[in-house]
Each structure stands twice: as structure tokens, then as C-alpha cells.
Ligand binder design. Structure first.
Ligand code: FAD
Ligand code: NAP
Length: 847
């Protein structure tokens, strides 16, 4: 056995260079690194094909961790070409003096966990072996070329090149008959670059792509310096953006815009490059097929404008997958290349390639002769580079077996069963839709902090639990299923470009801000979902989120939402009102307003007398309004065939306790006396509230019993019950999601205004709960008031009150007002509907 190291790093791309620097220079660890290539650069060492360049602006597609590196390096083009990116990575490697940590031209071939010694045994293709406490894989997602399905490459008598292992010497294509197979990002870059050089260029296209102009241009000397000096302001906010570049936010949903408005916005971002066409145009194009079709058709129109021959244009227009369901490519003169007389497009969807022959390419309908064939057929993405490490984990577990049904991981960073193996930019990380250098830095920083913790605590093994991996897998899958991405065909996004590869979610598509927030939470709670020396910490709330709730939270973070407890009163009120934008619109119906007590009465067009719901809005007693409750009340009225009286109450801190409870009870008393004048049935009143409004509803139910007002039911939607409750959910969800213990305490404090705590604020303190109206209590798994609400339901039941308790997993406090974005809010309405229906029956029977 050779030497022993603290850490072995594999790979010398963006990830490996930074990982070595971080582990060696910042953590002071003994690091050995391996790289199969002859030098540093990773992707940019291998992919030297003509036209290779990045498609995030270089000022963004570069490291951010060092002020000095950012200030000193100047980019000569907006989107740098491969030679310049490679030169940058070589310069960074020298600056950080990381080359000496690497053995180049050395491939790791087997990586075996030794459970007894709690270390990895690493073998390389030069026959050497070493051991390490930790392995940090930086092998890249796009570092193993796909093997083409057709045979015969080795028989070709001309020159055959793969774009991903392009020769280091110049390749002269002048005067030659050249074939390019593949029209992904790579094929497109090659084709547009060599179209003028080859004598004949034949492009074999199976699936056309939605390519948009890159908008590249040289950067003059003065601008280069300015950019380097102003990198901080140019990059500010990058990590708060969904894809890690501070592009303009979208202009709302495409489906809400007129065709002219859509055209104006698409025109604005069409040729500005760097994913702006996707992320800066409309918010729904990635989520809604119909919205997606508006942008897809726009791009098709642009293609038809640029390609002269209508038949060729038609072949170049994608029609079988939504825009961005495959990774969108960018181009510079790609479509114009097909106007050249010596450039030919061959459709190999209708006549597939059968073989490469000694003289060229044979499809099912024809044989073609070439001097040069260029394979731009893509990569076996994410999984193959890791599988090629020959990983054997605990008890000889093979990674191949572990991943037989598709890749699993926790955050993309660890794989259960493989202790002390950390992966940078692994499957199910955020990297596919997150500017890679920043995603890389985030992953490396997370791993470095984990290693530092393990070393400080003398932890021998650090590993993801199977349960955490499953929860993470569900979240990745769930979020992906809310997008149009699963509607693609043959995309590496879904593993579908490789025959036989499992179709799955290969990456986390919730965006950078959410991914970062989840990683931060996991670290903050002591590595929740990981087992340290086999003792596992619970899976943190954000990993258990309902996918739609997670996405919504992610977009709030992307819009710069501050934690609620950091907001002042006006800001809290503004946030509460802004929730109206997250609600499904309510149906039109007759609405009466009453001034004393102030209320709105929603009257559906049904034969009366109607059952009545008295509704109190949420907002922590300090915010919220009849406007906030408008859409939910319409929906409640419509779905339940009930009259809904939405009651105003005075807000704290201007009006502290007992103003709100007095107002809400006064409204209920008024309804009982006067609702028949509006067509309501005073014998069938259900009192209902959301959040603080549910607390007021519970108290109103007690006051109604004591005042002899008969109620048919009470519906308490995640009610806070007692400010002094000491429950597990208060601790577990103290930091959210969304609603925190600190804001809850502020709200209670403002409401009570120093008053003594009685049953009029904390209904569980009532001397008796017997004789109260039947109750429906809705609670949410990830809500700090969950347990007190469930305890209250238990107390009601013990007092003989008929109670239904319905807990919704994956949801957080406040979701009732987010119905447009969280489809499962429908289930809350359905539960209310069933309950209200039984209340009607009960009363009818009693009558
Ligand atoms: P890589 O750069 O892939 O480095 C991994 C290294 O690990 C490789 O050098 C490989 O040789 C080595 N390795 C793998 N297995 C072993 C082993 N068993 N033993 C030893 N060494 C091993 N992303 C963007 O965000 N924007 C872009 O514009 C962009 N353009 C791209 C253009 C091309 C042509 C390609 C192919 C990818 C592009 N990407 C882009 C994605 C790109 O892969 C990442 O941005 C980034 O370069 C990945 O860095 P990495 O360090 O994670 O992996
Ligand atoms: P790709 O997107 O997977 O494209 C591969 C192409 O080869 C597709 O057109 C595919 O057609 C075709 N192909 C594969 N097998 C074929 C077969 N048997 N017959 C005919 N055609 C076949 O791969 P890529 O272009 O190398 O890009 C991979 C990723 O690298 C990109 O998505 C991007 O993330 C990154 N990249 C980025 C840039 C950039 O601009 N910055 C440049 C290059 C690469 P089907 O679609 O029909 O399968």
C-alpha cells in the first residue's frame, strides 16, 4: 500500500483546482490529486474543437472566491473561447500553486472503502495505490463521451475526431469533405465555425435544437480593465438568482401577456445571450407547456426568417420537445451556414445512421463519403464519470448496483453507502442549471466545512443516510415534474441520451437560491440527513418540503425575500398583502358590504337559505385584510354553496388584545342575528379562520357557546393556540420554512400588548371545552404551530367535541394563501368541503 493522505481529489477542472486549494491551503490538509488529462482545465483541456466557448458571460463563468483573481484576470471576449478559458484555469492553477498537488496523466481506476480502517483505497492506471481518509470527486458531469449507437468508427479510413478529445495540434479541414454528427451545443459550435473552411460539410441531424444568438463580441482593452475592477458590482446578486447570474427577472407569465407584449419581450432578449431568453422573458415558460409554446414558436419563426430554403428551415425547427426541456444551445451564424451551397443537412430521424463505413457514413437510406467525420454525439452525463472510479462502498457495495434504477445522492454531494466520499457537482446537485463556477464553489465550501467539522470532532465516518437520499430524490423528482423538462425526448437532463440508462431526475432544478438555502440549513442544524460515526441527524424541514412549496420558496428567495422576523410592521403588512398575488382568483359572485360591523358577504347564486361561513383572515393579528381574504372567501362560497361573511377586525399593535377577539365575536353575533336578511341560515353557521384568524375563530366558538349562539362547526386552519406552548414543532420549525418562531413571538407580543393570557387569547386555557361546535383542525407538517394545534384538537376530542384532524405533509405556515402556486392547497379546500357538508347534514338531521 502506498502513501496515506487526508484527502484524495480526482479531477483538475474548475472543481478540482478549487477543491485542492480549499482543502490544502485553507484547511491545512495533506492532499493528493489525480487527473487523467495531461494538464489542468478539465472540460476546457479536453474540448478543443473549433468554436468551443462558454455561453455564460466570462465575467460570470469564472471563480468568485478570490478578489485578486477577479481583479487581475481580464477577459478579451464577452463569451470567451476554449483557449482563453484554458489559459485562465492554467493561470489560476499557477497562482494558487495547485499543480504540484496533482499527478497528471493518471486515471483513478478503483476506489474501495476499507471499513475497518475507515479509509479509502485508491488505485490508479499506473499500478500505484494509496489510501485516504476522504475522497473528493471532482470528475465533472460532462467528462465521459457517449459511445455512439452505430458501429464502425474504427473502420473509417479517413480522419475521425471526437469533439471531447480533440487533438492538440491544429486540424486542417480545407478542401475536405467533412461530416458532423450531432446538433447539440457542441455540434452547433463546430458547424458554424467550420462551415466556411470545409469544401463540403454534411450535418447529420437527428433532433433539431432551439438555438438562440449568443451575442458574443470582443471586449476592448479599456472595458476589460473596467470589468475586472468592477467585478464585485457586475456579479452582485449572482447567487440570489435562479441560475447564478444576475440577469433581469422575468416579466410575469407569458400567458398573461398579449401577443404584442410577448413579441416585444422576446425581441428584447432574443440576441442578448447567456440564457436571458429563458430566464428574463416570462416566468411560466419553463413550467407551462402552453406558455412554452409561445417562445418555441417565436424561435421557430426566427429560424424560418434566417434559413432561405423552406424545406431546410422546416427540418431545423424543433417540434418534438418544449424549449429548454433540453439544455438550450447558443449560436453565431449557425442558421446562415445552411444557406451556403456546400453545407447539407441530412435528417437521420427518418433514416437513422446504421454504421460508419471505411469510406463514410451509411444511413438506412443512403451511403455518404467523407474525408473527415466529427462526432459531436454528447456525453454519458453525471453518472459515468463516477462509475468509472470503480467505487465499492460499505460491505463491498458497488455503485453500479446502488444506481441500477438511476442515480441517488443527497444534495449531489454524498451517496448513501459510500462514507467519506464527497462529490462536487454530482448527480442531483444544482449544477445543471446553476452557473458552474459558483455552483462548484458552493459545493466545495459545503464539503470543506463538513470535513473541518469531521476533523475537529474526530469523526471517523461522515455519510448521507438512505432516508435523506430518498427524501432528496423525491424533492428533485417532484420539482422536475413541475417543469416542462420531463416532456423532452432523448435529453441528457433525464439520462435519455444513452440507450438503456435509467430515466430519472439527474439534477436539482429548484434553482440556486433554494439549493443554497437548503445546504445552509443542513449545515446549520448539524448536518441533518447525514450520519456522523453512524449517528444520524434528522432530515431538515426544507428537504421534506412539498415540491411546489419548495419552488415557491425558492422564487421568494430569488426575489430577495428577507426573513419575516427582520421586517418592520409596514413590511410585514406589505408581505401579507402581496400574498394575494399567490392566490388563485376567486369566482365572480354577488358581494355585499356591511359597515358595522365591517364585513363582506359573498353570496353564491344558489337557492337559499344558505349555510353560512364566518371567515377571519390570517396575518398574525398585525396584518392581513378583507382584500387578502377575498379570493379564498369567493372560493369557499362557491365550492360549499355557502354564504361567506368575511369579517374585519382591528389589528395590533395599534389595537391590541382584546380588540381582535371582541371584533370577531361581535361579527359572529351580528351574523347570527342578521344573516337571514341576506339569505343565510342562522341555524347553520360555521366559524372559520386561517392562522391568527383561526385562533380568533377558536375563541369565537367558545364565546358563542357561552353566549348561547348555536354553531354548526368550527374550522381552524393551522391555528396558533398558546404563546407559551412548549412543543416539539416550535423547536423543530423555529427557523421556518417561511414562518419562524421569532416572527410568531413578535406577533403574539403585539397582539397581547402585555395583557394577561386568558382563554380569550389562548383557547386551550378555557375551563371547559365541552359543548363546543364540531371542529375541523387543519395542520401542516412543517409548521411550528402544528403541535399546539394538534394538542388542541386532542383536548377538544377529550372534552367530547367531534373533531377531525387533517395534517398536510410537506407544507409550511401560510400556504392557504398560496393556492396559485401550491396545487395541494386544493386538498385543504376539499377537506373543508367534506367537513362543511357534514355540518350541513348534522344540522339538517337535528332540525
Ligand atoms: P470537468 O471540467 O469535467 O473536470 C473533470 C476532470 O476530471 C477531467 O479533466 C477528467 O479528465 C478528470 N477525471 C474524470 N475521471 C477521472 C478519473 N477516473 N481519474 C482521473 N481523472 C479523472 N458550463 C457552464 O456553466 N457554462 C458553459 O458555458 C459551459 N460550457 C461547456 C462547454 C463544453 C464544450 C462542455 C463539454 C461543457 C460546458 N459546460 C459549461 C459544463 C462544464 O463541464 C462545466 O462548466 C465545468 O467546466 C465542469 O468543471 P468540473 O471541474 O466539475 O469538471
Ligand atoms: P448533446 O447536447 O447531448 O448533443 C448530442 C447530439 O448528438 C444530439 O444532437 C444528438 O441527437 C446527437 N446524437 C447522439 N447520438 C446520435 C446518433 N446515434 N445518431 C444521430 N445523432 C446522434 O451533447 P453536446 O452537444 O456535446 O452538449 C452536451 C452539453 O455540454 C451541453 O448540453 C452543454 O451543457 C455543454 N456544452 C456547452 C457548450 C456551450 O455553449 N457553452 C458547448 C458545448 C457543450 P439527439 O438529440 O437526437 O439525441
Amino acid at each position: 500500500m502506498g502513501s496515506h493522505y487526508d484527502v484524495v481529489v480526482v479531477g483538475a477542472g474548475f472543481a478540482g483546482l478549487y477543491a485542492v486549494h480549499k482543502m490544502r491551503d485553507e484547511l491545512g490538509l495533506d492532499v493528493q490529486a489525480f487527473e487523467a488529462a495531461g494538464g489542468v482545465g478539465g472540460t476546457w483541456w479536453w474540448n478543443r474543437y473549433p468554436g468551443a466557448r462558454c455561453d455564460f458571460e466570462s465575467i460570470h463563468y469564472s471563480y468568485s472566491f478570490s478578489e485578486e483573481i477577479q481583479r487581475e484576470w481580464e477577459w478579451s471576449e464577452r463569451f470567451a473561447g476554449q483557449p482563453e478559458i484554458l489559459a485562465y484555469l492554467e493561470w489560476v492553477a499557477d497562482k494558487l500553486d495547485v499543480r504540484r498537488a496533482f499527478r497528471f496523466n493518471t486515471r483513478v481506476t478503483s476506489t474501495t472503502w476499507d471499513d475497518k480502517a475507515a479509509r479509502w483505497i485508491i488505485c490508479t492506471d499506473d499500478g500505484a495505490t494509496c489510501t485516504a481518509r476522504f475522497v473528493v470527486s471532482c470528475v465533472g458531469g460532462l467528462s465521459v463521451a457517449k459511445e455512439p449507437e452505430f458501429p464502425g468508427s474504427e473502420t473509417f479510413r479517413g480522419e475521425l475526431y471526437r469533439t471531447s478529445s480533440w487533438p492538440h495540434e491544429p486540424v486542417d479541414l480545407t478542401g475536405k469533405r467533412v461530416a458532423v454528427i450531432g446538433t447539440g451545443s457542441t455540434g452547433i459550435q463546430v458547424i458554424q465555425e467550420i462551415a466556411n473552411e470545409a469544401a463540403e460539410l454534411t450535418v447529420f441531424q437527428r433532433t433539431p435544437n432551439f438555438a438562440a444568438p449568443l451575442g458574443n463580441e470582443p471586449v476592448d482593452l479599456a472595458q476589460r480593465r473596467w470589468n475586472a475592477e468592477h467585478h464585485a458590482e457586475l456579479r452582485a446578486g449572482s447567487r440570489q438568482h435562479m441560475i447564478g447570474v444576475p440577469y433581469d427577472p422575468p416579466s410575469g407569465p407569458a400567458l398573461a401577456a398579449t401577443p404584442d407584449e410577448r413579441r416585444r419581450i422576446f425581441d428584447k432578449y432574443w440576441d442578448r445571450g447567456g440564457f436571458r431568453l429563458l430566464v428574463s422573458t416570462f416566468s411560466d415558460v419553463i413550467f407551462n407547456q402552453q406558455a412554452n409554446e409561445t417562445i418555441a414558436e417565436y424561435i421557430r419563426e426566427r429560424i424560418r426568417e434566417r434559413v432561405k430554403d423552406p424545406a431546410t428551415a422546416a427540418l431545423l425547427c424543433p417540434t418534438d420537445h418544449p424549449y429548454a426541456s433540453k439544455r438550450p444551445p447558443f449560436e453565431t451564424g449557425y442558421y446562415e451556414a445552411y444557406n451556403l451551397p456546400h453545407v447539407h443537412l441530412v435528417d437521420v430521424r427518418s433514416a437513422p445512421i446504421e454504421a460508419i463505413t471505411p469510406t463514410g457514413v451509411r444511413t438506412s437510406s443512403k451511403s455518404y463519403e467523407f474525408d473527415v467525420i466529427i462526432l459531436a454525439t454528447g456525453f454519458d452525463v453525471f453518472t459515468r464519470p463516477l462509475l468509472n472510479l470503480g467505487l465499492r462502498g460499505r460491505d463491498g457495495l458497488k455503485l453500479e448496483d446502488r444506481w441500477a434504477n438511476g442515480p441517488t445522492s443527497y444534495l449531489g454531494v454524498q451517496i448513501a453507502g459510500f462514507p467519506n466520499l464527497f462529490v462536487i457537482n454530482g448527480p442531483k446537485s444544482a449544477v445543471a442549471l446553476y452557473n458552474v463556477p459558483l455552483a462548484t464553489e458552493d459545493n466545495v465550501n459545503f464539503v470543506a466545512a463538513a470535513l473541518a467539522r469531521a476533523i475537529a470532532d474526530k469523526t471517523a465516518t461522515f455519510e448521507a443516510t438512505y432516508e435523506a437520499e430518498e427524501a432528496w430524490g423525491r424533492l428533485c423528482e417532484g420539482i422536475l415534474n413541475l417543469t416542462v423538462i420531463p416532456h423532452s425526448k432523448g435529453s441528457w437532463y433525464m439520462g435519455e441520451n444513452i440507450p438503456g440508462k435509467a430515466r430519472a431526475a439527474y439534477f436539482f432544478s429548484g434553482g440556486a437560491p433554494l439549493y443554497r438555502a437548503i445546504c445552509a440549513e443542513i449545515a446549520h442544524v448539524g448536518y441533518g440527513g447525514f450520519a456522523l460515526d453512524r449517528v444520524s441527524a434528522p432530515i431538515p424541514p426544507m428537504v421534506r418540503l412539498d415540491p411546489a412549496a419548495a419552488l415557491l420558496l425558492g422564487s421568494m428567495l430569488a426575489r430577495g425575500m428577507k426573513p419575516l422576523d427582520e421586517l418592520n410592521l409596514d413590511e410585514v403588512r406589505a408581505v401579507a398583502e402581496s400574498l394575494r398575488e399567490l392566490q388563485l382568483p376567486g369566482p365572480a359572485m354577488r358581494v355585499e358590504t356591511v359597515e358595522a360591523p365591517r364585513a363582506r358577504i359573498y353570496i353564491p347564486d344558489r337557492a337559499g337559505p344558505l349555510p353560512v361561513i364566518v371567515f377571519y383572515h390570517g396575518g398574525g393579528w398585525i396584518s392581513g385584510s378583507l382584500d387578502l381574504a377575498d379570493a379564498p372567501c369567493r372560493r369557499l362560497a362557491d365550492e360549499n354553496g355557502a354564504m361567506v361573511v368575511s369579517a374585519h377586525y382591528r389589528l395590533a399593535p395599534e389595537h391590541s388584545f382584546p380588540a381582535a377577539t371582541d371584533d370577531t365575536f361581535a361579527a359572529l353575533s351580528w351574523v347570527w342575528k342578521h344573516v337571514s336578511a341576506y339569505g343565510g341560515d342562522p341555524g347553520r353557521i360555521v366559524v372559520m379562520g386561517e392562522s391568527a384568524g383561526a385562533n380568533l375563530a377558536a375563541v369565537a366558538a367558545i364565546r358563542a357557546r357561552d353566549a348561547g349562539i348555536p354553531l354548526a362547526g368550527q374550522v381552524l386552519i393551522y391555528p396558533p393556540i398558546d404563546p407559551e406552548a412548549s412543543t416539539a414543532s416550535r423547536t423543530e420549525f423555529a427557523d421556518g420554512p417561511f414562518f419562524t418562531r421569532a416572527i410568531g413571538e413578535k406577533m403574539w407580543g403585539a397582539y397581547l400588548g402585555g395583557a394577561e393570557l386568558t382563554e380569550l387569547a389562548a383557547p386551550s386555557r378555557a375551563s371547559s371545552l365541552a359543548g363546543l361546535a364540531p371542529a375541523l383542525v387543519l395542520t401542516l407538517e412543517l409548521d411550528m404551530s402544528r403541535d399546539e394545534a394538534e394538542d388542541y384538537a386532542g383536548a377538544l376530542a377529550s372534552a367530547g367535541v367531534p373533531v377531525r384532524l387533517h395534517r398536510f405533509d410537506g407544507l409550511f405556515h401560510g400556504v392557504f394563501n398560496m393556492s396559485a402556486f401550491i396545487p395541494r392547497v386544493r386538498e385543504m379546500y376539499a377537506s373543508i368541503g367534506e367537513f362543511v357538508a357534514t355540518c350541513k347534514e348534522q344540522i339538517t338531521e337535528a332540525a
